[in-house]
Design a protein around this ligand. Structure first.
Ligand code: NAD
Length: 459
């Protein structure tokens, strides 16, 4: 673990160590030893698995592609986390994402540990046959460490239902006679997946924002007015007002966030801008999000990039450069693309006062501190984007029981989990000087430390 995640975990542990009501039976020297043990456990992964997948390409050339499965911590349950297919995948990135999963599951009380996988490829450069082979080889190479009670992968950037279906199929062939439905989540519904899984992350991201600006404020308005806290003032400033929103990334997560925001009748939203890897689209009167969703479905996931394509999509918009979205004059910025999108070079140009992290780690540590200093509210990844893993947990449960929930039941359970977490962290956030990210980490680290201690792991 490195960068802001590592530092923030250590700071959370320091805050707990100074709090004598936390694990009060840990005294003096033993207390210090236990905390140094905690730092080492939470800052390093349990296992780093790396292989080179040997793939025969369609042109008969044979390549060996680096692939990872990093298992960070399993004190709360089997390792759990996505598999990313992207050229920028590295051991460090995968390890950071695995540790984030441990903390995310702890925060939301999901009985899983943290893991993450990755394959260093651009899937767009591979045929379907080659991708199928990559998926099968991934499962073959890591077959010993994967399984419903060991480590349960899910989709991430560059992977989706199709890849999870292929991977589960391969897992089933390698382990005949064993239960397999819980070996991968994010599968297609026909193949044992859960209704609602596909949209779960985006729905959760939007819910974390809507809950704060609407439900929480309805209940806590008077209390919020009495706060001296700068973040409470920021939220009060936008409460009940029309909101201009921008969404970076228009894939699994971003497109659902944009649609949820567009359809939400509890807030007065206008989605004025969306972007993807090629382009930013802007319309100060609000974009026609349903038409854009239809367009990307038919066009390999890409937003329109020319006037002809906008006409084909029946959408009115100005075409801007890809990164222009980040610095537009908007109230709320949803980040649903990749890591490190707000950094030292653009942090001073960010105009939005509320930033919601749909992607993992889209704000660098330096930018995070800078935005906090300015009183901007950041709803962090660990809180906002847990919808996928929460519904993955429901999918895993359904697979074990071979009983399936309706879509309505899935969303009810998803939002119930989110409500519980939000009610845990929002009041503390507006009541003290920590950022929301720090608050979430303190909750997660408290949970992990308590269970590690109760299981006798701290010595
Ligand atoms: P995706 O591949 O479906 O979509 C990514 C989107 O981002 C695409 O529209 C792509 O064009 C766009 N994009 C890529 N680079 C960009 C750039 N520089 N600027 C603007 N847009 C860019 O991926 P996804 O599943 O939507 O995941 C997005 C993020 O959310 C990732 O960080 C992922 O780790 C995180 N996440 C996803 C899930 C999930 O369930 N899918 C769960 C938790 C977290």
């Amino acid at each position: 673990m490195s960068g802001s995640t590592g530092t923030i975990v250590e700071e959370s542990l320091q805050a707990l160590m100074d709090d004598q009501t936390f694990l009060p039976d840990l005294k003096a020297e033993i207390r210090e030893k236990a905390f140094s043990s905690l730092v080492s456990i939470l800052s390093t992964p349990n296992h780093v698995n790396k292989s080179f997948l040997r793939i025969a390409l369609d042109n008969k050339k044979v390549v060996r592609i680096p692939a990872f499965r990093i298992q960070h911590n399993n004190i709360l349950g089997p390792y759990k986390g996505g598999i990313r297919f992207h050229e920028s995948v590295s051991e460090e990135e995968t390890s950071n994402l695995a540790s984030l999963m441990t903390l995310k599951n702890a925060l939301h009380d999901v009985p899983f540990g943290g893991g993450k996988g990755g394959v260093v490829i651009n899937p767009r450069n591979f045929s379907n046959k080659e991708l199928n082979l990559v998926c099968k080889k991934y499962v073959q190479y890591f077959s010993g460490i994967l399984g419903p009670d060991k480590d349960i992968p899910a989709p991430d950037v560059g992977t989706g239902e199709r890849e999870m279906d292929w991977m589960m199929g391969e897992y089933k062939s390698i382990h005949p006679g064993q239960s397999y439905l819980g070996s991968f989540t994010g599968k297609s519904v026909d193949n044992g997946g859960s209704l609602g899984r596909k949209d779960a992350t985006g729905k959760g991201v939007y819910f974390s924002f809507r809950y704060l600006l609407h439900d929480f404020m309805e209940k806590q308005y008077k209390w919020m007015v009495e706060r001296e806290n700068p973040f409470a003032k920021t939220i009060l400033n936008y409460y009940g007002k029309p909101l201009k929103l921008a969404v970076q990334g228009f894939g699994n997560v971003g497109s659902v966030v944009a649609l949820e925001a567009h359809n939400c009748n509890l807030l007065n939203n206008k989605v004025v801008s969306v972007s993807d890897q090629n382009v930013t689209l802007y319309n100060s009167d609000g974009l026609d999000i349903p038409s854009l969703v239809q367009y990307v479905k038919k066009n390999n996931g890409d937003l329109p990039v020319s006037h002809e394509q906008l006409t084909e999509a029946e959408v009115k918009a100005t075409i801007l450069d890809r990164d222009d979205l980040l610095t537009l004059e908007v109230d709320v910025l949803f980040l649903a693309a990749l890591e490190d999108q707000i950094h030292s070079e653009n942090m001073d140009d960010i105009q939005a006062d509320i930033i919601v992290e749909g992607a993992n780690a889209p704000t660098t540590g330096e930018a995070d501190a800078n935005l906090k200093e300015k009183g901007k509210v950041i709803i962090p990844d660990i809180l906002a984007n847990a919808g996928g893993v929460i519904v993955s947990y429901l999918e895993w449960l359904q697979g074990r029981e071979t009983q399936f929930y309706t879509e309505e039941e899935v969303y009810d359970r998803l939002f119930e989990k989110f409500r519980e977490t939000c009610d845990k962290v929002y009041p503390q956030y507006f009541g003290d000087a920590y950022s929301l990210r720090e608050n979430c980490y303190i909750h997660a680290v408290t949970k992990l430390s308590t269970v590690l201690y109760r299981q006798g792991k701290l010595y």
